[in-house]
Design a protein around this ligand. Sequence first.
Ligand code: KG4
Ligand code: ZN
Length: 336
Amino acid sequence: MLVLGIESSCDETGVALYDTVVGLRSHALHTQVEMHAEYGGVVPELASRDHIRRIVPLTRRVLDEVGVSLAAVDAIAYTQGPGLAGALLVGASFAQGLAVGLGISAIGVHHLEGHLLSPLLADPRPEFPFVALLVSGGHTQLMQVDGVGRYTLLGETLDDAAGEAFDKTGQLLGLPYPGGPEISRLAQQGDAFRYPLPRPMLMSSDLDFSFSGLKTAVLNLVHKHPDARREDVAAAFQAAAVDVLASKALKALKQTGFCRLVIAGGVSANTLLRSRLNAEVARVGATVYYPPLALCTDNGAMIAYAGAQRLVADALPSDGVFTVRPRWPLSQLQAA
Ligand code: KG4
Ligand code: ZN
């Protein structure tokens, strides 16, 4: 079966075509990063308008690239939430309208389920069950994943998300938005030990996180040492954030007794996080899995894939219900 996937929850328009027999056929993405950069963050109204401009040409490109006509598509998966209401509505109305016109199903997908399952698009792919560390701009969660739709929250951030902390630190250092990739790049030339920063909740017995104190610590550092090299501050921040993420992910593996760890969401592109986890997870005899690098940040492929899993499992939401859910806890999702 062929599933078209549409992602429009924030500042990326993603479209993809997933074939349940042969895998991902094609995907295309337009990022709005440059458009929002001058405002230092995403401007919701501009995001919605740009999704409207991009969604049709991207869909055409994805189909044309592999010579597939719309008539051959079996279902259309779209991000139903969480995300920006206006941005979600663009993808949802496009997908619903197209599905009604073609007489096929529209499948509302949870954005985080898309991220969570995205490592299954890589080779090798993890078997269920696994522990997933979801680290994006809006979320930082450790989940126990027993199957499609069978998710148990193990721990989460009590305040800022990891990606948000990267972005805010980037802003503080005068780096362009989004800060994550910029901090990661600068940190390579920095000394992570020059300015010691706190590791919030590193020693807490639970699997929760807190990043807002770390952000404040960076702010204090910059005020106290106005001449500090940005490279050193970036390296110190990244080391502290990665320390906490890696140690809690390992604790989750130990607590569940699982031997597979999956990292997904934009921050999973971070090279220090990857190298730390590769080394430490191997040391405890477990394996770590990531999405393909191009599919770490928001994209249509993960939405097409998650929709396809629900189609195959015959676990579709009731058709014709046209809603978006800007706030949507993953724990409210039903099993496939
Ligand atoms: O998953 P994503 O594309 O969007 C959300 O669902 O939020 O994640 C975006 C986040 C941003 O905060 C961005 O700064 C961060 O992922 N990010 C990174 C890196 N690449 C993207 N953070 C750290 N290191 C990176 N290499
Ligand atoms: Zn995302």
